[in-house]
Design a protein around this ligand. Structure first.
Ligand SMILES: Nc1ncnc2c1ncn2[C@@H]1O[C@H](COP(=O)(O)OP(=O)(O)OP(=O)(O)O)[C@@H](O)[C@H]1O
Length: 411
């Protein structure tokens, strides 16, 4: 059923739903558009309305074939809506879920497009801060590129930030999605363009492997891996492609490539990747084995399937499901250095060639569960601190770079 949005637009049909509202196929004075309409019950939420305004502001004047342009912002009674270019296709998350892993050529072609879009955003002084497959749209009506990939466009600049002059203070709250967060964000440093490169390299790894390099388990563990763990090579990946990923996942932001360089280097690799099949990689366990520290106790650690262990991610939107490390706009407190140091045992998720068991794999899980009794003291402290911080930080948004470093007390 059609409905009017402001005086200039008509929404005809729902294209999809996000946590903050519904995206409609609509019509405007200049033809078809996509209209992102903020949920009615959220229209009085200043923070969310602020994000819509932020997205409009961030993208003003930014026209690029690999960025979804925002055409208008409508505020009319209870309606708050962003009017965007219509992309006829799907988002990259949907494609990845359907195919599980992409062939290297298609993955690289898609990521090169996004790198081009990021280069334009960075040149305009905008850091995206939430690069992930959900925020990449594939234009199925566009020409087929290398590996049969459709053109990719970066969208959802709702938490984008204008690049500022250097700040004197550290951030106390984290904006973003745990699996894709650059280590400097976890450490409370300001988000510069290099955070988008780190996130995009994470997306590239994920397209090739089917899982993110540092994801899995509690968000606190994910944050810690970004800072302390080294990415483990994917079996069978062409060396030059691997070197690019490693460089862009460097812990030091200055060591990463810039977006335009990344796009160029990826495109140079494309001919050598033509026709290569998707990598054969088994997803590592989400639940690394933690050796027992003491005898069984009534306070045994929650298991991976226990909701208490998975609720560290906090959705921006009241009522949205806060249980995934891939949730949009997760907002958490920056962990203290001792929380990041964690226990003696690393938790890197080593990918495996199919059929190769390793301790902690699904095959070994039953036996391992029997042995796993408690988390280390450091692990528990991290879980408690980050989990509590997450809930505390629900109202945090765009002030982190100005805020003094004052973490709440750890319960
Ligand atoms: N410009 C667009 N053209 C066509 N479809 C779009 C456009 N923008 C978003 N969509 C579709 O609408 C759906 C919802 O998008 P939206 O950005 O609201 O949510 P999301 O990014 O999936 O989640 P969240 O808002 O929680 O980050 C997506 O599945 C996407 O495919």
């Amino acid at each position: 059923m059609a409905r009017k949005i402001g005086s200039r637009y008509t929404a005809h049909q729902i294209l999809g739903r996000g946590s903050a509202g519904t995206v409609w196929l609509g019509e405007g004075p200049d033809g078809p558009v996509a209209i992102k309409l903020l949920r009615e019950d959220l229209a009085s939420d200043q923070e969310l309305v602020g994000r819509f305004v932020q997205e409009r502001t961030a993208l003003l004047g930014l026209e690029h074939p690999h960025v979804v342009s925002v055409r208008d912002l409508v505020v009319d009674g209870d309606d708050v809506a962003l009017v965007m270019d219509l992309v006829r296709g799907t988002d990259l998350r949907t494609r990845l879920e359907r195919e599980r892993r992409l062939a290297p050529e298609a993955a690289v072609a898609i990521v090169a497009d996004v790198a081009d879009g990021l280069a334009a955003a960075h040149a305009a002084g905008v850091v995206h801060r939430d690069v992930k497959p959900e925020n990449v749209l594939l234009d199925m009506q566009g020409p087929l590129g290398p590996g049969g990939a459709h053109p990719a466009l970066l969208t959802d600049f709702g938490v984008a930030k204008l690049i500022d002059a250097p700040k004197r203070t550290r951030a106390t709250k984290i904006i973003g999605t745990p699996d894709y967060l650059a280590p400097e964000i976890v450490e409370g440093l300001p988000a510069r363009a290099a955070v988008d490169i780190y996130a995009l390299a994470t997306v590239l790894y994920e397209l090739l492997a089917g899982f993110t390099p540092f994801g899995g388990g509690h968000p606190g563990a994910v944050l810690r891996r970004h800072v302390t763990e080294t990415v483990v090579p994917l079996p069978g990946i062409p060396d030059e492609l691997w070197q690019l990923i490693v460089q862009c996942l460097a812990k030091a932001p200055a060591s990463r490539l810039r977006a335009s360089e990344l796009a160029t280097r990826l495109r140079e690799l494309l001919p050598a990747l033509a026709g290569l099949p998707a990598l054969e990689v088994d997803e590592p366990d989400d639940d690394p084995v933690v050796e027992p520290q003491e005898e069984p106790s009534a306070q045994a650690a929650p298991s991976a399937g226990d909701p208490a262990r998975r609720t560290g991610a906090v959705s921006l939107v009241p009522g949205a499901k806060p249980d995934s490390n891939r949730d949009t706009h997760t907002s958490m407190r920056v962990p203290a250095p001792d929380e990041l140091a964690g226990g003696a045992r690393g938790t890197a998720r080593a990918p495996r060639t199919p059929g190769t068991p390793r301790p902690g794999s699904a095959r070994h899980r039953t036996a391992a569960r029997r042995r796993r009794i408690t988390l280390s003291v450091a692990g528990l402290a991290l879980v408690a601190a980050v989990g509590a911080g997450a809930w505390w930080a629900t109202s945090a948004d765009d002030t982190p770079q100005d805020a003094p470093h004052s973490a709440p007390p750890v319960p």
